[in-house]
Design a protein around this ligand. Structure first.
Ligand code: UDP
Ligand code: LCN
Length: 819
């Protein structure tokens, strides 16, 4: 397929399709007959290809067809719907770009159709009545975005900040008066009522411009390090307030940047100036579900990387805010609150405590607020899939607590995952503050046809609530932070997580004809890092956490089974391949065990150690985890893994885990991340930070983190034989030439330091907070109109869906501890 000619940039697939079909008319007629012989159905790309192979059994004839334009069109088709006499195609020639056509099998005529028409084709497969009802409910969030500029290049998706600065620049370019929006904005800035930047005496662009010239001349005569306090009074007389800088040099730099913007606006200076403004002091971060704690929670159901990410994010964000506030010449303490649910039944964790300071920060806390039902406080953990009935009340209670704790409104609210994002949207709307959202992972792409099959999946997953909540949050938010490009717009072959919300349908409930546009400039990529004081290279001997080594030695090599580990490693001279994850189906740890079990060569070369879950299914409360535990035991028996495989229960101490990765590196082993799909994959960057060569899934974030064959390796989770062969080949190569291992280890570290650190992240995040706050102001009216629509959608659709989610009958188990 790789040799199929790409269309010219200006070409539309649809324009080329009639010609392409004409060229292979005989074969195509037979193909379409095949596609339609089973009646109405949804077909994926691989079905189209497989069935074509059946029809055109001569390989060279098939290749001829596939090498033409038709091959390109078919290979760009994500899905098709057979609905005799038509086949409707959803074609994706580039990330984020979709075209829809229907082809008649009778005369191979091609007609362009709208996304709505295509969704109707899909609906007819499961719910014909709904599909043909002219008044079925349609949601069109794009209808409100006609004034918002959109990116046009797939390659620019995720660079929202730069694009927004360019667009803002164009709005203020021309006569000086056009920059009045900046002046008006500066006049609104204050901290707890104390004015910042300028006061009313500089209320026009012309006055401000003049005053900047005078101030510049004055500052040029001062030593660079003169503190702001030394000239504060004089500046006040001229109309300037605090916030420009802490020293004469910094103040001058900020003023010059603004002068440049007023003279001739350009995006670089505008972004620089806006990023320097004192806007963000207090931040509320919502992460509602799970057990959110700093100790003893990792590896529990629903409690994984999101927690790690947020705690590390808070540390880096606080450091960035402290630095900026100091540079702004202010004496303000930033406050960051991570707001989560309080779980009275805390199971040995601190999740029943209301307030907990965050380690290694000065001013940041976890604030826990309980879920309330009609019967009082809910005591038990609830799965993220069942969380919807509590969120509205939680938002109200949390908002009250936050306002109390911060003694005012936060300047920025950040949501995490569906539940946190919805709560953040509700609070941001109520308080009128800037909002950002983070998904970590959207569920929609994890399950095939999860939209059309929603009725089947709803009892278990309540996807109707989830997809609606996600759509509300994506549209309400001012900006979206993603970890990778693929999270937004996927790869050449696979749509992104956000992209899958562009147009989807829940037959019988709602047809979302325009859910989110991945070309919207609200999307920004800011990849997380791993805490480098925990995850550092195995070679840094003096830093190694030797106190954990005896316990790790026992964890890996002791011969007895106990509560923490089962299985043993008979030959401890072999390198270890290692994996660690929650025991979810999608993490595919059982898949890795199976690949290992089947591959004799690999079993001869290495041992396998995995960390995840419990050994006793009755100890788990999570549906998927229970099934995975059983599967693991079956595989151990089936492949007789004793002596070559160690299964360690979920580990909660990240410091010890850091040392564990390094101990695996000491065996010259590797980390393997075999997930069927991984949104980002923190374990991948943790392992690479420790200098452990890493093999990770090509489905999702890791495909972007690792450059295949250079800084690690990609593996295909759906092709276990090929993946285990790739791992075996590497270890065989290392056996012959041990330096091969060092090369990959070093390149992995280099990749991390160049692209995946928290410092890079925090800088981008604060810039986003600043720039989108200004954009919100400039775009106020349109934002308000859209909010009205979102609110209606929330009230009329979402709130009814929530009523379908059962609320558990709760046994009180423990009192709430207040601190
Ligand atoms: N983790 C852990 N103990 C376990 C399993 C996982 O400490 O038993 C940690 C792991 O080190 C990583 C996080 O949990 O920091 C998992 O993040 P990742 O992004 O890999 O996956 P997620 O669980 O968020 O889907
Ligand atoms: C959730 C996931 O599934 C992971 O892929 C991410 O690494 C983690 O959150 C942190 O963002």
């Amino acid at each position: 397929m790789a040799s199929a000619p790409a269309l010219k940039r200006t070409d539309s697939v649809i324009d080329n399709m009639p010609d392409a079909l004409r060229q292979s008319r005989y074969h195509m007629k037979r193909c379409f007959a095949k596609y339609l012989e089973k009646g109405r159905r949804i077909m994926k790309h691989h079905h189209l290809m497989e069935e074509m192979e059946l029809v055109i059994d001569d390989k060279s004839e098939r290749n001829q067809v596939l090498e033409g334009i038709l091959g390109f069109i078919l290979s760009s088709t994500q899905e098709a719907v057979a609905d005799p006499p038509y086949v409707a195609f959803a074609i994706r020639p580039n990330p984020g770009v979709w075209e829809f056509v229907k082809v008649s099998s009778e005369d191979l005529s091609v007609e362009a159709i709208t996304p709505t028409d295509f969704l109707k084709f899909k609906e007819r497969v499961t719910d014909e009545k709904w599909a043909t009802d002219e008044n079925s409910f349609e949601a069109d969030f794009g209808a409100f975005d006609f004034q918002i500029p959109q990116l046009t290049l797939s390659s620019s998706i995720g660079n929202g900040l730069q694009f927004t600065s360019k667009f803002l620049t164009s709005k203020i370019t021309g006569k000086l008066e056009k920059t009045q929006a900046i002046v008006d904005y500066l006049l609104t800035l204050n901290h707890q009522g104390e004015k910042l930047m300028i006061n009313e005496s500089l209320n026009s662009a012309a006055k401000l411009q003049m005053a900047l010239v005078v101030a510049d001349a004055f500052l040029s005569a001062l030593p660079k390090d003169t503190a702001y306090q030394n000239f504060e009074l004089r500046f006040k007389e001229w109309g300037f307030e605090r916030g420009w800088g802490d020293t004469a040099e910094r103040v001058k730099e900020t003023m010059r940047t603004l002068s440049e913007v007023l003279q001739a606006p350009d995006p670089v200076n505008l972004e620089k100036f806006l990023s320097r403004l004192p806007i963000i002091f207090n931040v509320a971060i919502f992460s509602v579900h799970g057990y959110f704690g700093q100790a003893d929670v990792l590896g529990l159901p629903d409690t994984g990387g999101q927690i790690v990410y947020i705690l590390d994010q808070v540390k880096s964000l606080e450091a960035e805010l402290l630095l900026r506030i100091k540079q702004q010449g202010l004496n303000v303490k930033p406050q960051i609150l991570v707001v989560t649910r309080l779980i009275p039944d805390a199971r040995g964790t601190k999740c029943h405590q209301e307030l907990e300071p965050i380690n290694d920060t000065k001013h940041s806390h976890i604030l826990r607020v309980p879920f309330q039902t009609d019967k009082g406080i809910l005591h038990q953990w609830v799965s993220r899939f069942d969380i919807y009935p509590y969120l509205e009340r939680f938002t109200q209670d949390a908002t009250t607590k936050i306002l109390e704790f911060m003694e005012g409104k936060p300047d920025l609210v950040i949501g995490n995952y569906t539940d946190g994002n919805l709560v953040a949207s509700l609070m941001a709307r109520k308080l009128g503050i800037t909002q950002g959202i983070i998904a970590h992972a959207l569920e929609k792409t994890k399950y095939e046809d999860s939209d059309v099959k929603w009725k089947e999946l709803d009892p278990k997953y309540h996807f109707s609530c989830q997809f609606m909540a996600d759509t509300v949050a994506m549209n309400a938010t001012d900006f979206i932070i993603t970890s990778t490009y693929q999270e937004i717009a996927g790869s050449k072959d696979r749509p992104g997580q956000y992209e899958s919300h562009a147009a989807f349908t829940l037959p019988g409930l709602c047809r979302v004809v325009s859910g989110i546009n991945v070309f919207d400039p609200k999307f920004n990529i800011a990849a997380p890092g791993a805490d480098q004081s925990v995850y550092f290279p195995y070679t840094e001997k003096e830093k190694r956490l030797t106190q954990f080594q005896p316990a790790i030695e026992d964890l890996l090599f002791s011969k007895v089974d106990n509560n923490e580990h089962i299985g043993y490693l008979a030959d401890r001279r072999k390198p270890i391949i290692f994996s660690m994850a929650r025991l979810d189906v999608v993490k595919n740890l059982s898949g890795l065990v199976e690949w290992f079990g089947k591959n004799k060569r690999l079993r001869n070369l290495v041992n396998l150690v995995i960390v995840g879950g419990f050994f006793d299914p009755s100890k788990s409360k999570d549906r998927e985890e229970m099934a995975e535990i059983k599967k693991m035991h079956d595989l151990i028996d089936k492949y007789q893994l004793k002596g070559q495989f160690r299964w360690i229960a979920a580990q909660t101490n990240r410091y010890r885990n850091g040392e564990l990765y390094r101990c695996i590196a000491d065996t010259r082993g590797a980390f393997v991340q075999p997930a069927l799909y991984e949104a980002f994959g923190l374990t991948v960057i943790e392992a690479m930070n420790c200098g452990l060569p890493t093999f990770a899934t090509n489905q999702g974030g890791p495909a972007e983190i690792i450059v295949d064959g250079v800084s690690g390796f990609h593996i295909d989770p759906l092709n276990g034989d090929e993946s285990s062969k790739k791992i075996s080949d590497f270890f065989e190569k290392c056996k012959m030439d041990p330096s091969q291992w060092n090369v990959i280890s070093a390149a992995g570290l280099q990749r991390i330091n160049e692209c995946y650190t928290w410092k890079i992240y925090a800088n981008k995040m604060v810039n986003m907070g600043n720039i989108y706050t200004f954009w919100r102001q400039v775009n106020k009216e349109q934002k308000e109109a859209k909010q009205r629509y979102i609110q209606m959608f929330y009230n009329l659709i979402f709130k009814n869906l929530v009523k379908t989610v059962p609320v558990p009958i709760d046994e009180p188990q423990q009192a709430v501890t207040k601190q």
